[in-house]
Ligand binder design. Structure first.
Ligand code: NDP
Length: 458
């Protein structure tokens, strides 16, 4: 190995790159990591963490509104956006410091600047070349904006987290994770929010009941959702922006945000020149051990566009370090990974959607409940929780658990373990619930939803 400066050189100090480098360092490998932005990557600096802090901030609006039903008199609450953003920034600064310390304490050398592959064993950063036996590409992804006239006026989630003030009327284009999460944040903090989606429903790929129920709850909270609507142009006006749609409508907003997907960061870092194969979305093509088409070049996390979630990137990164430096080959199982959407109300989900389960397994049984949570019997809020189990009829295995409602992300994490263990509906039924909770509904659902055909015949 002495022929190289390092055993591993990682491009990108986000969650995946840092986790992999630290694990490699812990086994005595000589590791360097380069980063051209802040250490911590999307999740810590401009994604999951700051977003969740703003979600917490927005949720106080609910608490104030609901308190009266429990006897509280609360003066009309006033929110100061600048205070929230400053507090959020302090926490992000602290976390970045923690990440830097973690790298240092694991003996990983941080090289600040943009890394570019020169050949399969050499990375150049700020004009200096470093050689390594293995190279790990963990460069993440970035928001993409469609080619729409006036798109330069739109912001992405990157800027949304650092606005100088909270605009009064906000249009968000897109109906994925990021769009619905920010719609909830801005709505909770008092802005008028309009979500513009080109399809019929939000959250493509999620269970249809979740998609429909979330839209109902968001509308109930005053968020306007314009479906089957395509923006064709954005014009700057004296006060804000005017948007035109292909359907011939115009409407105005003080801020236009696009959350129309993300693309892997694979440009300008020498990947293709080094022979690394990219797919049609420009993601690095890897095998189940995160190996690219070039020996000794690996890739993990969003740059591979497998399951674009922080814990997945971390798991892929650690598995790689185990494989390379601890003689412990690990493959990540990308099935049944739980995920959450921090919308208002939030979503937790694990396993197959009803649609996917029917496609793969044929006969499935569906159990579904929708109810007003106990808290809202006094709070007066009209919100309803939805929970659903998708069960394989033949084996009785639970294939999917879906929830929309308070604490759904916290509840679904536990159920993800049950699914990993291959739990059956019978075992769910044998589990005694915790009363009074919403979560107990997952072990007390007894009535199957009628088959779609039978239901249609009724
Ligand atoms: P998504 O891919 O989830 O959603 C993109 C949305 O934009 C879809 O509604 C899509 O519509 C729409 N869209 C795409 N192109 C256009 C266009 N040209 N015009 C109008 N609408 C368009 O992307 P996000 O940006 O929301 O999130 C990116 C990733 O980040 C996710 O895949 C997720 O893994 C990760 N993430 C995870 C979070 C979490 O775990 N809580 C939070 C935030 C992000 P259509 O459905 O019609 O294609």
């Amino acid at each position: 190995m002495a022929q190289y400066d390092f055993d591993m050189f990682t491009i990108g100090a986000g969650s995946g790159g840092v986790a992999s480098s630290r694990r490699a360092g812990s086994y005595g490998a000589k590791v360097a990591i380069c980063e051209d932005s802040r250490v911590g990557g999307t999740c810590v600096i401009r994604g999951c963490v700051p977003k969740k802090l703003l979600v917490y901030g927005a949720q106080f609006a609910d608490a104030f509104a609901e308190a009266a039903g429990f006897g509280w008199t609360v003066a009309p609450p006033v929110h100061d956006w600048a205070t929230l953003i400053a507090a959020k920034n302090r926490e992000i600064d602290r976390l970045e410091g923690v990440y830097r310390d973690l790298l240092k304490n694991s003996g990983v050398r941080l090289v600040e600047g943009r890394g570019r592959l020169i050949d399969p064993h050499t990375v150049e950063v700020e004009g200096k070349r470093y050689t390594a036996a293995n190279i790990l590409v963990a460069s993440g992804a970035h928001p993409v904006l469609p080619a729409v006239r006036g798109i330069e006026h739109a912001i992405t989630s990157n800027e949304a987290l650092d606005l100088a003030s909270l605009p009064r009327r906000i249009v968000i284009v897109g109906g994925g994770y990021i769009a619905v999460e920010f719609a909830g944040i801005f709505n909770g903090l008092g802005a008028e929010v309009c979500l513009v989606i080109r399809g019929e429903e939000l959250l493509g790929g999620f269970d249809d009941d979740i998609r429909v129920c979330l839209a109902q709850e968001m509308r109930q909270r005053g968020i306007e959702i314009r479906s089957r609507s395509q923006i064709t142009g954005i014009d700057k006006r004296d006060h804000g922006f005017e948007l035109a749609t292909a359907q011939g409508e115009t409407f105005s907003a003080d801020l236009v945000m696009y959350a129309t997907g993300r693309r892997p960061n694979t440009r300008g870092i020498g990947l293709e020149e080094a022979g690394v194969r990219l797919d049609a979305e420009r993601a690095v093509v890897v095998d189940d051990r995160s190996r690219s088409s070039v020996p000794h070049i690996y890739a993990i996390g969003d740059v591979t566009n497998r399951l674009n979630l922080t814990p997945v990137a971390i798991a892929e990164g650690r598995a790689l370090a185990e494989t390379l430096f601890n003689d412990n080959p690990i493959q990540i199982d990308h099935r049944d990974i739980a995920t959450a959407v921090f919308s208002q109300p939030p979503i937790g989900t694990v396993g197959l959607t009803e649609r996917e389960a029917r496609r793969r397994h044929g006969a499935v049984d569906i159990y579904r409940t929708r109810f007003r949570p106990m808290k809202h019997t006094l709070s007066g809020r009209e919100e309803r929780t939805m929970m659903k189990l998708v069960v394989d009829r033949q084996s009785d295995r639970v294939l999917g658990c879906h929830m929309l409602g308070a604490d759904a992300p916290e509840i679904i994490q536990g159920l993800a373990i049950a699914l990993k263990c291959g739990a059956t509906k019978r075992q769910f039924d044998q589990t005694i619930g915790i009363h009074p909770t919403a979560a107990e509904e997952f072990v007390t659902m007894r009535d199957k939803v009628p088959e779609p055909k039978a239901a249609a015949a009724e």
